[in-house]
Design a binder for this molecule. Structure first.
Ligand code: SF4
Ligand code: SF4
Ligand code: F3S
Length: 371
């Protein structure tokens, strides 16, 4: 393990005591106030589970002051880097930012200053030095078709990199729908035979922080849980932390009163849409999608897709992208003539054109559904 405590590292980086205290409060909230049993957490008896409020914060404070920093190796395979972008774009002094300061990111393709042979060498050394101790974060799916030829880094396939890094990891966190369930690369016809991490690594705990991108607080909250307590949070049947994926988008949606009242938008520019009515009839997958976006939101709690007027596409579920609302047609080009219109819009570089083509498609569906 790295030699310094989480607290010392934070202090050395100029984090004030006030922000340090704020971090423990934020962590308590992010972890849903659930501490692991005493024997697993190593906390004093008085701080055992279950605890709430100030006592929880005190327990986290104690852990931050005494626990060593956690080494992290972050691999990227078939991804768009959006999940890394989401985590790295947080504004200080956010939970995400502070938690990242407590980690020793030994390897990260996008964030590392080094490149090529040098950075591969650094990864090898880190895996050796922290064998059995590090957290492996994976972003992006793993292609199996054609012997993995679709994703090769440093002359070796994504599958080889994953298996090697997983063998020495204490736990694995699959960040984003691509790494968790295959995501966009797995959309029909899935030419690379893209897989999620847990379909390949079955002898190690794999936590799925699904979403496209994954919510940064869910990623860092889960890493922080392991850093502080040495255990993973409680998971659902799809290996997602219950704290963040225990409720549907629909459960916490601000448009829910309109759903209950039977008031639906039937197109993106009708009166219902302007009045903020429910988007269910425009293909919203909120009722069957488990994610924390309706409560944590994005950009420091500013908004989330449904609040901005866009139906939920189910980005945290295993059937994303093919099962995703009114965009479904884009994933099945051979079956859907409407895709030609979408393709033309893309060719013209007209983002609004894409929207128009899709709106027309959804209008037809909505008209069939009625109000
Ligand atoms: Fe990009 Fe979405 Fe995949 Fe994350 S889950 S890497 S944002 S495509
Ligand atoms: Fe539910 Fe979607 Fe309607 Fe929100 S917009 S209430 S998530 S169906
Ligand atoms: Fe994803 Fe639906 Fe939330 S598309 S970000 S789970 S609103």
């Amino acid at each position: 393990m790295p030699e310094e405590t989480i607290k010392k590292n934070l202090v050395d980086k100029g984090v004030s005591r006030r922000d340090f205290l704020k971090l423990s409060g934020l962590l308590a909230a992010a972890m849903g106030m659930q501490l692991p049993p005493l024997q697993e957490s190593g906390l004093p008896m008085s701080l055992g589970t279950p605890v709430r409020g100030a006592q929880t914060e005190h327990a986290i404070l104690h852990a931050l002051e005494t626990k060593m920093r956690l080494p992290v190796i972050w691999l990227e395979f078939q991804d768009c880097t959006g999940c890394t972008e989401a985590v790295s774009r947080s504004v200080s002094p956010s939970l995400t930012n502070l938690v990242l300061n407590t980690l020793t990111i030994e390897y990260h393709e996008t964030l590392s200053a080094a490149a090529g042979y040098q950075v591969e060498q650094a990864k090898q050394e880190a895996m050796k030095k922290y064998a059995g101790q590090y957290i492996l974060v994976v972003e992006g799916s793993i292609p199996l078709a054609n012997d993995g030829a679709y994703c090769v880094i440093g002359g070796r396939t994504a599958l080889e990199h994953l298996k090697e890094a997983a063998s020495g990891a204490a736990a694995i966190i699959a960040v984003g729908n691509c790494a968790a369930y295959g995501g966009l690369p797995k959309a029909k016809p899935n030419p690379t035979d893209a897989k999620g991490v847990w379909e390949i690594i079955t002898d190690k705990p794999v936590v799925n922080i699904s979403g496209c991108p994954a919510i940064p607080e869910a990623t860092t909250g889960t890493i922080a849980h392991f850093a502080i307590f040495g255990t993973l949070p409680e998971l659902d049947n799809l290996n997602r932390p219950k704290t963040f994926y225990g409720k549907t988008v629909h459960d916490r949606c601000l448009r829910r009163p309109f759903y209950e009242a039977g008031k639906f938008a039937l197109s993106f520019d009708d009166e219902g849409a302007r009045e903020g009515h429910c988007l269910y009839k425009l293909g919203c997958k909120g009722p069957t999608t488990y994610n924390a976006c309706a409560s944590i939101k994005w950009d420091q709690g500013l908004s989330f897709p449904v609040q901005s007027g866009h139906p939920c596409l189910g980005c945290s579920e295993p059937n994303f992208w093919d099962g995703g609302g009114f965009y479904q047609g884009q994933s099945a080009p051979l079956d859907r003539p409407t895709v030609a219109a979408v393709g033309a819009a893309v060719g013209a570089g007209a983002a609004l054109g894409i929207g128009a083509a899709l709106v027309n498609q959804s209008r037809k569906k909505a008209k069939k559904g009625g109000s």
